[in-house]
Design a protein around this ligand. Sequence first.
Ligand code: FRU
Length: 491
Amino acid sequence: MEWTKEQRYRTMDEVSKEEIEALAKQVNRCPWRQSFHIQPVTGLLNDPNGFSYFNGEYHLFYQWFPLGPVHGLKHWYHTKSKDLVLWENVGMAIKPSNEFDCHGVYSGSGIEHDGKLYFMYTGNTRDDEWVRHPFQCLAVMSPDGSIVKMEEPVIKEVPRGYTDHFRDPKVWKNGDHFYAVIGAQRENETGSVVLYRSWDLKDWQFAGEVKTGLDEGFGYMWECPDYFELDGQGIFLFSPQGLKAEGDSYQNIYQSGYVVGSPIDLEEIELKHGPFHELDHGFDFYAPQTTVDHLNRRILVGWMGLPEIDYPTDKHGWAHCLTIPRELTVKEGKLVQHPVAELTLLRGEKVETSQKVENESICLDNFEGDVYELQAEFSESTAEEFGLELRVGENEKTVIKYDAVAKKVVFDRTETGQSFGEEYGTVRKCKLEAEEISFRIFVDVSSVEVFVNDGEEVFTGRIFPGENSNGISVFARGGHTNVKAVKWDLK
Ligand code: FRU
């Protein structure tokens, strides 16, 4: 179905209760609804927004177009949790309502101040010629959960030298000041990030463009920037659009990744850092956002999806979900990502096995499932390649393996079930030099998240297998390997 501009930009006031209920019914009949991931009640979810720990709970919002699986008039939808595992759908949080955000309440962040949670987000507007005019706006949430928008935007102008691609403020506090990074596009259509400074979150001064060591032309736009310090180092995370595929890297339509360096110099507005690393080597990952919680953990959530690709759930009236939360640590100039410890709360029935596998594929009989956590440790391998097949059924399987000759981890969804996004390839790889390989895998009804060697590398992907494709196999080719596998059903 073609969505017209009028259909994409209807406000919720124009939509009847019956229409929404009919859509929700359609969505709930979809066989690919997730069981432990945040997913939209109806319509399309994209970026995580406003991720914060506030008043004893985690609050996580997302970009939301309620009326269908397309990008249209964006709202913020609110979910919250006490443990990062069980999320409560709170409901609509911020909707377009005035001349500064009438074409979308776009992405932004949350920060606690004076006992309230402040959200700074981009108000997207379009004029009669459909030209964008972005504003940076504030909304404030009280401990009782009520959210009030500030009437006037806090940043009304795009600074000189930049285009109207200017959005996604991420705020943090350093000493007496608040700082915000905002994704920007220079007039020569190259991506960059700018810094603002404020005493009170309301009055913002442009500080300048952040100088980085990345080449000019490292993408044409940097979306969803995020800056934080971890273990004394400065980490700058962003989602550059326009990087060309290069070897195994940058295979998706858009990328997201980070650089690690010394803490940002807030006077010189400069970041000295090492190379750019992709955060996730899978197929469906974009626009991640982090927060720091009361336990001082730095936690990241991403959008498990990408723009401009049709997904098999579209015809059921919804699209996308968020990733599980990952705790970040830094090791030798790279981020390590661990599923947050609380995820073990989901564990139900457990099965385990130890096998020697040699030039064969062994189906693990009692290991069937479609919603589970699986840990597999491979040791004493001589095999050229070894790994796992998940969601195995007639002519279907999702493969996660180690190619010991090329020293690469491989995620292959060529035969995963219903195909989609194939124009971007069906195999993802990343280099990993290691003697021993372990996979910790979270499988939900229509997704796989693989943490390799304790979170050194991560692969995330949606999959759409048939309902009966639930087998799990281990295999080794060109030699043998020992595998110890443990699986928990997830509740
Ligand atoms: C990233 C993004 C952001 C923007 C939002 C709109 O996916 O394009 O830059 O704020 O989505 O939904």
